[in-house]
Design a protein around this ligand. Structure first.
Ligand code: HEM
Length: 525
């Protein structure tokens, strides 16, 4: 057995070797910068690079550097070189036109190795395994698939409005709508993936899943933790972040496996299991050569990618709109004209509700829940505008700077849905426009790794926003102003807890929602 002294000597030696290695790599980047080859950018500290600067409000820090160093700048976080792209044409040139080079992902220690066991679509490098997972996922996210989900999506919005009406006692008491807005997103994905749903916000699965998906976002954001960028930290025994990552991996596996196993058991028992992703994957597992972890993490990709994301946009809408009664009134006049008061808005109404649609796009521009998106990785050296972007460089699409460009969006700090009034494209169509400066916003990423859930997300968000505007006047409480700048999470994810009054707009609300039987303290305002 090696002695304690031998152990310490080995640990110190590995530390020194790791230190020299990191120093040499950092030096390589500094040298390339000095020689003027890398895009310009801020110089950081040895080993940690610029990590200490991006711990809080990273989007604002990148925005400041973009103003200083231009639309393509480089920066080092620990051992990883990044370029930060802040101009639509540069995004298009790199990520879209040269998608064969800029479509991979860094195999992040926490996200890829520890939590996803090298399987999650969003974390996989650009290879055949990723192609297979993305192709299987896309089967459930096509425009045709989404149009088949519409009755369910509409049903879930109605259930959410009923719950808000009831909890807010028809506008008599303030409510925090966040859990309801998260549950509607959760139910949509549970139905698509497992053919199941929750009955109320009190179902333990709601709190459990929201906890898992928040933890996931907290540990795996592009700048969420240092172990991703300072490899020798991974050898520190009992590092809390690593144990939490392992715990999260187990939590995701246990939760998704139990839902998949339930589908499996019911299929084997000859029960009439609703069509869903888990059922399909279990059927094709041999032909597609999927092991159980593949199935778990394909389902997880939807549960992780499709719940917290759409929930966040819906929550930002609910937090933002009370401060804009005139915007609400104008949208409600449009809804009264197009939909009337005898039914809820439906998916088919969207094309006739340009102002409601414009509100959605403007919320997404102002409150992208993931300002840093999911960085891409280059797989070859690439020469661009006199600079070199070396192989294995991370690429961050700087959506904050692009969403606040005053030439594209005059007075960008102002919330003004009018800027989108004549934009008749869906976000999915907009992402394919030849002129990148005409794209609505960059919330869904770009190129071959662009979010495959756009059509589903757009449909869900539209229905929730239109339904809320149709049913309620959302009012801020004078004693509880809503903070629209601070947020929960790492780069804009969701508003801090808030309460609003949700006052039913007219008598038909109770009738249409079927809430006449729900006890309320007061009548309709
Ligand atoms: C408001 C809602 C959503 C937002 C803001 C969002 C945002 C994003 C972003 C920024 C990316 C990375 C794109 C890139 O690398 O360029 C992404 C990827 C992804 N999203 Fe979404 N997403 C949303 C909804 C959804 C939904 C509803 C699903 C599925 C049910 C989904 C599934 C995925 C998957 C699987 C990926 C990984 C794609 C890949 O790496 O190939 N997302 N999303």
């Amino acid at each position: 057995m090696p002695s304690l002294h031998e152990f310490s000597a080995v640990t110190i030696l590995s530390g020194v070797v790791a230190f020299i290695y990191v120093l040499l790599r950092a030096f390589r980047h500094v040298k390339a910068r000095v020689l003027g080859k890398l895009p310009p950018g801020p110089i950081g500290f040895p080993i940690v690079g610029l990590l200490p600067f991006v711990a809080r409000f990273p989007e604002l820090v990148l925005h400041k550097w973009a103003n200083e160093f231009g639309p393509l700048f480089s920066m080092r976080l620990g051992n990883q070189l990044f370029v930060v792209v802040s101009d639509p044409q540069v995004v298009k040139d790199l990520i879209v036109t040269n998608g064969a080079i800029f479509s991979s992902r860094k195999e992040m220690f926490m996200k890829c190795e520890i939590i996803f066991a090298r399987r999650g679509i969003t974390a996989m490098p650009y290879n055949d395994a990723w192609r297979k997972h993305r192709r299987l996922a896309a089967l459930f996210l096509t425009a045709k698939a989404v149009s088949e989900y519409k009755p369910n999506l509409e049903f879930e919005v109605r259930e959410m409005l009923r719950a808000l009406y009831s909890q807010g006692r028809a506008g008599a008491v303030p409510v925090n709508p966040q859990a309801h807005l998260s549950r509607v997103s959760l139910n949509n994905i549970l139905t698509i993936v497992f053919g199941t749903r929750t009955d109320s916000v009190d179902d333990p699965l709601v709190a459990h899943w929201l906890m898992l998906s928040r933890e996931f976002m907290n540990y795996t954001g592009p700048v969420a933790n240092w172990v991703d960028f300072i490899p020798f930290l991974r050898n520190v025994p009992y590092l809390p972040i690593v144990s939490r990552g392992k715990h999260l991996h187990q939590g995701l596996v246990d939760t998704c496996s139990s839902l998949i196993n339930d589908v499996d058991r019911r299929m084997k028992a000859g029960e009439d299991v609703p069509d869903c992703m888990a059922k399909y994957l279990l059927r094709v597992r041999e032909e597609q050569q999927l092991d159980m972890l593949d199935i778990v993490f394909l389902c997880c990709a939807f549960m992780i990618g499709g719940v917290e994301t759409t929930a966040a946009v819906k929550q930002w809408f609910a937090a933002h709109i009370p401060a804009f009664p005139l915007v609400q009134a104008r949208a409600q006049a449009e809804l009264d004209r197009v939909v009337g008061r005898d039914r809820l808005p439906q998916a088919e109404d969207e094309k006739d509700l340009p102002y409601v649609r414009a509100i959605v796009k403007e919320i997404e521009r102002v409150h992208n829940p993931f300002w840093l998106g999911t960085p891409h990785l280059s797989t070859e050296d690439f020469h661009y505008r006199g600079h070199i972007i070396p192989k294995n460089t991370g690429v961050i699409v700087n959506t904050y700077t692009m969403h606040n460009n005053s030439r594209r969006y005059p007075n960008p700090q102002e919330f003004n849905p009018d800027r989108y009034l004549t934009d008749h494209h869906s976000s999915a169509e907009s992402a394919n426009l030849a002129d990148p400066y005409k794209r609505d916003h960059w919330m869904y990423g770009a190129g071959r790794r662009i979010c495959p859930g756009i059509t589903l997300a757009e449909q869900e968000i539209f229905l929730a926003v239109a339904g809320l505007l149709w049913a309620f006047d959302m009012q801020e409480l004078p004693s509880e102003p809503i903070d629209l700048h601070e947020y929960d999470g790492l780069s804009g994810r969701s508003p801090l807890p808030f309460r609003v009054k949700m006052v039913p707009r007219h008598e038909s609300v109770a009738e249409v929602l079927g809430t006449a039987d729900i006890p309320c303290d007061v009548g309709v305002a």
